[in-house]
Design a protein around this ligand. Structure first.
Ligand SMILES: [Zn+2]
Length: 176
């Protein structure tokens, strides 16, 4: 295929190794950005995020209302991107602490959520609240524990938010 300057709304335009221009090339049956100067290929791997669905002692589910884009103002479970060197449950617990100031203990894997239209793969655990005081962290407008019959279905942030709640409620035997 003819070469073309690599254009993308997210990520790199220049080689992270030598600062040469990235050019779109067909490599291993996919169009991938490659550096014309040094040959570096940018393999656009998915990003891995981790989160929890915290469950309070009286069975309510903790959601946070996002203060940042994307989907500012909508509700989701606490979660965020993993750093290298973290475990998935470790990152999920850390993100929960940062977003709603709760200490939680994962009780089981709810699911691994991936979508062809998203670069993110999310690993989500059900979790028991063990401490802290429910408070919105700096990336959240609000943090709240919802009864299963008062979940904000019309204001959910992501496909994974809906799917996480469905999977949890199905586990309880409650039809969403
Ligand atoms: Zn390069």
């Amino acid at each position: 295929m003819p070469s073309a300057s690599w254009q993308s709304d997210e990520g790199l335009r220049y080689c992270p190794r030598c600062a040469g221009p990235l050019v779109a090339r067909e490599i291993e049956r996919r169009v991938r950005p490659r550096c014309e100067r040094c040959g570096f290929i940018w393999y656009q791997d998915p990003k891995v995020a981790a989160g929890t669905l915290p469950v309070t002692a009286d069975g309510r589910l903790v959601l946070v209302r996002r203060a940042i884009e994307p989907q500012r103002g909508t509700w989701t479970y606490p979660g965020g991107f993993m750093d290298r060197g973290e475990t998935a449950p470790g990152a999920a617990v850390r993100e929960t602490r940062e977003e709603c100031l709760l200490e939680v203990e994962p009780t089981g894997l709810l699911g691994v959520y991936s979508y062809a239209t998203s670069i993110t793969v999310v690993v989500v655990y059900a979790a028991r609240v063990t401490g802290g005081t429910l408070t919105a962290g700096p990336e959240c407008l609000e943090a709240r524990a919802f009864g299963v019959d008062e979940l904000p279905w019309g204001e959910l942030a992501f496909s994974s938010t809906r799917d996480v709640l469905h999977d949890y409620l199905r586990g309880l035997g409650v039809a969403p």
